[in-house]
Design a protein around this ligand. Structure first.
Ligand code: HOZ
Length: 426
């Protein structure tokens, strides 16, 4: 690892806990020194030592157009020149709300916030306020941001550090969160049979991206929709990661499920801090100032961030955008799997739209237990070898990866060739 990255990491640790502002970035799971990045353009980014990488993290999903897309940058510059923040309504927020509601039939109304965590936290409060119930169902290994109710058996950094429930969460609060196995219909039916009348909401990542990628079984999503309707619980699709990433109608369109509430983030901010939650009118009308459920934010609907999001959403509506992204992501997975097979390495890969999972395991997993069965040491070895070769994957075996429209077929071929060389010497 470079001298400059090492120096910056040492400096960072003096006044920033762990040297990072979000835990997975610290490379604790894979070991070594995190890269400090100075510049990004298209599919590539450059670290503090001047080394260039093909980027398969994409800022953890937002950069569906790649780094510093000229039209997104121009939109940000124009909005910034007109004022960074007003703490008062602006027209661009209406444009964003109208666009989101037009693209997603499940949204009658939407509220903008500044992060995915804020979106999920607010959606949970809203569901509780709407139903007058406290209990919440989530699934082991799903991550919905770092608010108290949701940090119980969570994914992402919680799995990376082997402690799926956070310190500092009051037991009195955590007791309202029921944690079930992802893709397990029988367990979900059992939970509703026993607690149906007290369940306010089920929150789910319709495609999980926070314990690596796990695709849902259609029967699981169908059962969830049916049970929530039957028992009067609010179905919340956390599409912070999947929103506009798996397709223009998000995971809900892809799997044909209409949730009651949806949370969004990442792509809708195009790399700037934007989150949103929205859904049925009768639920959304419970939010202040219309209703009794309070939620607010100084920078909510920030004009510069919204400009980046609108520019991004405009560009991804071009015909064929998601088909091309899906094809490229699939080509990456197929290429890596073929390279591993050629050299007898136990490995599998899968993608949904522009997100993908890599597993050092014979078959893609369907549950938390199966994810835990992946060879983490093999992943870490692969990660470091690819990093050295200039290919940046998520520094954890428990995160999904992302391809952008800026990745060319040549980029993908280059990454597959690098992996092939690594598997050959495995
Ligand atoms: N929790 C994010 C990935 N699922 C990581 C965020 C970050 O480190 O930026």
């Amino acid at each position: 690892m470079s001298h400059r990255n090492q120096q910056l990491f040492e400096r960072a640790q003096r006044h920033i806990p762990g040297g990072v502002n979000s835990p997975v970035r610290a490379f604790r799971s894979v070991g070594g020194t995190p890269c400090f990045f100075t510049q990004g353009s298209g599919s590539r980014m450059t670290d503090a030592d001047g080394k260039s990488y093909l980027d398969y993290v994409g800022s953890w999903g937002p950069l569906i157009l790649g780094h510093a897309h000229p039209e997104v940058v121009a939109a940000v510059q124009q909005a910034a020149a007109l004022g960074l923040s007003f703490g008062a309504p602006t027209e661009s927020e209406i444009e964003m709300a109208n666009l989101l509601c037009a693209l997603l039939p499940s949204l009658d109304m939407v509220r903008l916030v500044s992060s995915g965590t804020e979106a999920t936290m607010s959606a949970i409060r809203l569901a509780r306020g709407f139903t007058g119930r406290d209990a919440l169902i989530k699934f082991e290994g799903c991550y919905h941001g770092h608010s108290d109710s949701l940090l119980v058996k969570a994914g992402s950094g919680m799995l990376t550090f082997g402690n799926p429930s956070s310190g500092g969460v009051p037991a009195d609060l955590a007791k309202h969160t029921l944690v079930l196995d992802y893709n397990n219909v029988a367990q979900l039916e059992g939970a509703f049979a026993e607690y149906g009348a007290s369940i306010a909401a089920v929150i789910v990542e319709p495609v999980v991206g926070n314990m690596n990628l796990i695709a849902p079984r259609q029967a699981f999503l169908d059962a969830m929709r049916g049970l929530c309707t039957k028992h009067g619980a609010v179905l919340i699709f956390d599409e912070v990661m999947t929103g506009f990433r798996v397709g223009l109608t998000c995971a809900q369109g892809h799997y044909g499920i209409t949730p009651d509430l949806t949370t969004l983030g990442k792509v809708i901010g195009g790399g700037m801090p934007v989150g949103a939650f929205g859904g049925k009118r009768e639920i959304m009308e419970m939010i202040a100032p219309l209703g009794p459920v309070y939620q607010a934010g100084t920078l909510s609907g920030n004009p510069v961030a919204v400009a980046a999001g609108l520019a991004t959403l405009r560009l991804i509506q071009q015909p064929g955008f998601h088909d091309a992204l899906t094809r490229k992501t699939q080509a990456l997975c197929d290429g890596l799997a073929a390279a591993a097979k050629q050299h007898g390495v136990t490995f599998s890969a899968q993608s949904v739209g522009g997100m993908f999972g890599l597993y050092f395991r014979q078959q893609p997993p369907h549950s938390y237990a199966e994810v835990m069965d992946c060879d983490k040491d093999a992943f870490n070895r692969f990660f470091h070898a690819m990093l050295a070769a200039g290919h940046y994957f998520a520094p954890s075996a428990f995160e999904a990866g992302f391809v952008s429209a800026a990745h060319s077929e040549t980029d993908i071929a280059e990454t597959v060739a690098a992996a092939e060389a690594i598997f050959k010497a495995w």
